[in-house]
Design a protein around this ligand. Structure first.
Ligand code: C2O
Ligand code: CU
Length: 486
């Protein structure tokens, strides 16, 4: 562990100096943090099972999805700040040995509820149950997903959305959840393609050809005309790193990974697996369209269309100038940058991974000459996680002192992008060497190729917390570890 103190003030200052005034007039301050009230207990039953499902994107066919609940996919659990979630997970998958668990991504919950098999809990075998119960300490947009055999289980749909209300300073004119992900279904077939490939695992991941929003290809989503509508965008894809934009209307990001940020215009935002943004978009005029786009590939893809629909008379019209209301500030403690301890994490490739990464032409032929038996392609601080599953636990990557402030320096030593997620905490973004970003919090920081970035946080949540790339094939082929807060 590198310990360098007193280095960080300049870094934080530089990050702040990059911020321009974003909308005409002075920026509106974030609201005061929401105070949790003693709430209700929200009881849910999440029964993982194979359910043949005809999502709109499957064009009439039913595919063997694995889901957490009957009915609409994905399930959405909605709480108010202060509510307690009591969730019974039942594994009713019929495949022998197909264990599951639920990780509540981004929630700063007690460690024993974090849902990581072996590290935290026994994986839940078919026929078994597990009871999760916690009170989320923060408002915002979160999600939950299995943490076992994730490429396939998430690939088949084992996920859901978790929203904790109570963060608005004034009402918006709408609130829409948009789950962005692909399905591994070749066009014209009604079957899943393999969820992982050697090529994908050793490179940017195995993409799904069917690009969807809420299970539909380029759906038309009604928005209140000329209203300020909240869009909760979640990239829950196992693989794809998107570059999200909205064309044809004004839009601003008001929260990143659940936590409020000073509103800033959405131009293009890298949204990797696990990452979320809350966007306020001005509804197009009645009958007019705007587009949600992904610019990550060679050609821009339209992910969805927003159509302005007339709203009930009597609603106060929005001012012509777009100046969306900010959310309430997050409740996480501010790290003490002067006293912070710095820890370095290097995200790299094994020799086999590096060789795969370098292959461009003739991939199949070249593959035969490479030894890829172990499938350990990716590393953190020079070491791959010992196996695909979590059963063999390595030593922690770092041991942190509870209550102490830390600056993590993430260095991407590869030519690929990696969204780096840490469980149970929320980082304050400080700086990155390539991509400028306004101040924000994040639980999943995207690293561009060869990029170096600093994030800070208070290690206030005791336990063993996974740190891994959220490109699931990178995670499951080595780029995974954990930090201990003791
Ligand atoms: Cu959503 Cu361990 O991750
Ligand atoms: Cu990665």
């Amino acid at each position: 562990m590198l310990k360098r103190r007193h280095l960080l003030v300049a870094t934080a200052g530089a990050a702040l100096a990059g911020v321009r005034p974003l909308f005409a007039g002075s920026p509106r301050a974030l609201g005061a943090p929401a105070e949790p009230k003693e709430g209700n207990t929200v009881t849910v039953r999440l029964t993982a099972a194979e359910r043949p499902t005809a999502l709109p994107c499957f064009a009439g066919a039913s595919l063997p999805l694995w889901t957490f609940a009957e009915g609409a996919w994905p399930p959405v659990i909605r709480l108010s700040l202060g509510d307690r979630l009591a969730a019974t997970l039942e594994n009713r998958l019929s495949r022998d040995g197909e264990t599951i668990s639920i990780h509540w991504h981004g929630i700063r919950l007690p460690n024993d509820q974090d849902g990581v098999p072996y590290l935290i809990q026994a994986p839940v075998a078919p026929g078994g149950d597990f009871f999760y119960h916690f009170t989320p300490p923060d408002t915002g947009t979160y999600w939950f997903h299995t943490h076992c055999d994730t490429a396939e289980q998430l690939g088949r749909g084992l996920e859901g959305v978790l929203i904790i209300d109570g963060d608005t300073t004034e009402p918006y004119d709408g609130d829409v959840v948009l789950v962005l992900r692909d399905w591994r279904v070749e066009p014209g077939t009604a079957e899943f393609a393999p969820f992982t490939t050697v090529r994908g695992a050793g490179r940017a991941g195995t993409y799904g050809p069917l690009r969807t929003v809420n299970g539909a290809v380029n759906p038309e989503i009604p928005l209140p005309a000329r209203g300020d509508c909240r869009l909760r965008l979640l990239n829950t894809d196992p693989t794809r790193i998107m570059q999200i934009g909205i064309a044809g209307t004004e839009a601003a990001i008001v929260a990143v990974d659940g936590v409020a940020t000073q509103p800033f215009p959405l131009k293009q935002w890298y949204l990797g697996p696990g990452m979320r943004i809350d966007v306020i978009a001005r509804g197009p005029a009645a009958g007019k369209l705007a587009r949600l786009t992904d610019a990550s590939g060679d050609t821009h893809v339209d992910l969805a269309r927003f159509r302005g629909v007339p709203v009930a008379s009597g609603r106060k019209p929005r001012a012509a100038s777009f100046d969306p209301a900010p959310l309430r500030a997050g409740r996480m403690p501010a790290p003490d940058l002067k006293a912070a301890t710095r820890v370095l994490f290097r995200f790299g490739a094994t020799d086999a991974g590096a060789a795969l990464g370098a292959l461009e032409e003739n991939f199949g032929a070249a593959l035969g000459t490479l030894c890829v038996t172990s499938r350990n392609f990716w590393t953190i601080n020079g070491k791959p996680w010992p196996d695909r599953d979590h059963a063999r636990l390595p030593a922690p990557l770092a041991t942190l002192t509870r209550g102490q402030s830390y600056v993590f320096t993430f260095v991407n030593e590869t030519d690929f992008l990696h969204p780096i997620h840490m469980h149970g905490h929320s980082f304050t973004f400080l700086r990155a060497s390539k991509l400028k970003r306004p101040p924000h919090h994040t639980d999943t920081l995207l690293l561009l190729p060869r990029e170096e970035a600093d994030v800070a946080f208070v290690a206030d949540n005791p336990g063993d917390w996974m740190m891994h790339c959220h490109v699931i094939e990178h995670q499951e082929n080595g780029m995974m570890g954990f930090a201990r807060v003791a």
